[in-house]
Design a protein around this ligand. Sequence first.
Ligand code: ASP
Ligand code: MG
Length: 817
Amino acid sequence: MKILKFGGSSVGSVESINRLMKILKDEEGGEQKPLVVLSAMQGVTNLLSEMALMASQGESFEEGLKELEEKHFQVVKQLMAVRSQNPVFTKLKIYFNELEDLLQGVFTLQELSPQTRDKILSFGERCSVLLVSHIAGQYFPDTLAVDASVLIKTDDTFGNARVDMKTSEKLIQEFVDLKRDKFLFITGFIASTVDGKTTTLGRGGSDYTAAIFGSALNASTVEIWTDVDGMLTADPRMVKKAFSLPVLSYTEAMELSYFGAKVIYPPTMMPAFLKNISIVIKNSFNPSFSGTIIQRDSGRSSFPIKGISSINKVSILNLSGSGMIGKAGFSGKLFTLLAQNHINVILITQSSSEHSITFAVHPEDAHQAKRLIENEFELEIAADKLHVPELEGNLSVLAIVGENMKKTPGMSGRLFYALGRNGVNVRAIAQGSSEYNISVIISHNDLSKALNAVHDAFFSSLKTTLHMFCLGTGNISSTLLSQIRKQHEFLKENNDIEIKMVGISNSRKMHFNLNGIELSTWNDTLDNEGEKADLKLFIEEMKNLNLPNCVLLDNTASHEPVKYYEEVFSSNISLVTCNKLANSGSYKQYCSLKDCARKHGVDFFYETNVGAGLPIVRTLKELMTSGDRIISIEAILSGTISYIFNNYVGDRSFYDVVKTAQELGFTEPDPRDDLKGADFMRKFLILARDSGLTLEPEDIVLENILPRNCIDAPSVEAFYAELEASESHFKALKDRAEAENKAIRYIGKLEDGQVQIRLELVDSSHPFYSLSGSDNVISFITERYSQRPLVVKGPGAGAEVTAAGVFAELVNVGHNA
Ligand code: ASP
Ligand code: MG
């Protein structure tokens, strides 16, 4: 036999009751009639509760009563044939009159006892069962509304009564035996004491009723019909990527439903567990979906955990002091005290030094708990053996749950890595020795970020979402964004990474979109929807959004963004940049940026600072971390100068070559910016620092390619004139090179702690001799590469390759997430 339980949303409206009928029709083919357990119509229990409260405060409850009647009558009018409506109206009216009398009593006395409250609440289920059984009577023979309060016997803890299973099971069996030929519609939630007073089983208790019936009748399955696709990996309101779980064990379901979204009432699991009855959670809005099965065996799963649950708001109390050490019974006394005062303790941790105990309670209980402790331990506090309890609010609990965690090392590591990397501070930790649950207490402000980051970390075959913020919309950004757009699907498939651009800004405008800015139209979006750019506000907004796996791109060549780098790292946001200015400023700044990023566990990637996309910074870093030592580095890092000397070989004058280089877009608007070597110097400085040298920019000896008159020329035009006039200077150099069979190269050299950038003549045995076009080349001589150098060579400039370098690092940030 099957028990089908329908929650409030499945009897919430005309449409849902129609859906319910359809589900029952589909069940008809089964061998045995199922038993149907029903909740009150959606919102009705809350409404009754409010009316009771209002009456007790001497306020009018008439409107509520009218709303209640209307809600039920509407359904009768729309779903029942006119001639059969009257008896139902009459029966409902009797209930409403009874309810009104009760509320009137409360109103007169201005007093609401838990007992009366339960009686008032019971009308929700009674009405819904009456209603639905009659509607069902139009399609099925012999339907019967059953008030289960006479069958389920409890103690007199009104509001949350304890069930006497033995008596109840017997009563249920006898009753169902007698009515075997009927199609039963049974009230959930309500019960009664031995002397017949109405009780309730706790909010959400209809699920429990279903399980009690299941247990009494040895049902094969209890189906809980609700409005979501079963139990999910996390609360879908906070974690968009949450997905439904096909199988859970009773314990897992209990852990997941205790916290988080209440898909099922936790006590429901007990009777089912004892009788090994499977519980299936189904969606009445999506009946063909298989839902979640809860059973003894937790089933195979490719994921290490089943889900993540959370409690939105908790407070913690921290007790510390020497008086606790080695004193047996202290915590016993503490928690008995709380229990006696009905304060529910959510989580407890104690340090092994026994010097402190921290526990979490609901915020409403926190102040009372603090007061109780202060009174109870007054003497200890006065004697300074115990400190005054510290109370902290605005916290949340996040827990990972799953039986597979048992005996699997690395689970807590993964949890804390995800939290740490995203800058989520953990206030307290608890792991049950069952190893089914690891709970952490964190700031409430971080909850959403933490849930998403942890979800990404454990369900890694889903995609990690990288939240990207982009500064600069020039050549490199545009190229990068179109590269990302083209690679989007590939990344999702092959790297499990999804890049979502949440914010973008140039010097004029900025724009944010939490759902991701469309990459094919970002340009127009920024123009049309963007607000006035303000870097400070941009950074503020990025921080305030507090998104997980967050990365800032600095694709500018400006000093401004650099000022915010440390603030960005301190907010646990990674940074990828092709902007050289940060690392080539003062040595102090270089170090403090690196330290700051390291301290906060975020990535600071700047491969494209040197040689665009060529793997130079990375290669150097890998050499160093593997324990190699740099002996010398030689490099050509100016594509522009390479191009010029590679072409200054025939009849053309130096002036001609520079002019052509400019026309081809190889130089800055003022070619002297390249020829003076400042850009080269910055790149080489970064390399030298990365190889371990403490250097300031002025420590680098930079030889000038240009004679004085060219450097001093007041304008670009004047410069060209001087250049033309200085041909003999360059020709002498070229002739010498030709005579010696050598090539002219502008080379940076690091050796014995010294860095020089000079013009050199190299012969054909030198690795830089045969360099073509605008290539960069870097040659490392190290302890391991001492005979022949390790050489990296290739195009070291241009938007395509630079953007590609930035892109690769972005993906690496995703992999580290
Ligand atoms: N109607 C009751 C409540 O809202 C019981 C239930 O829905 O399970 O709590
Ligand atoms: Mg419910």
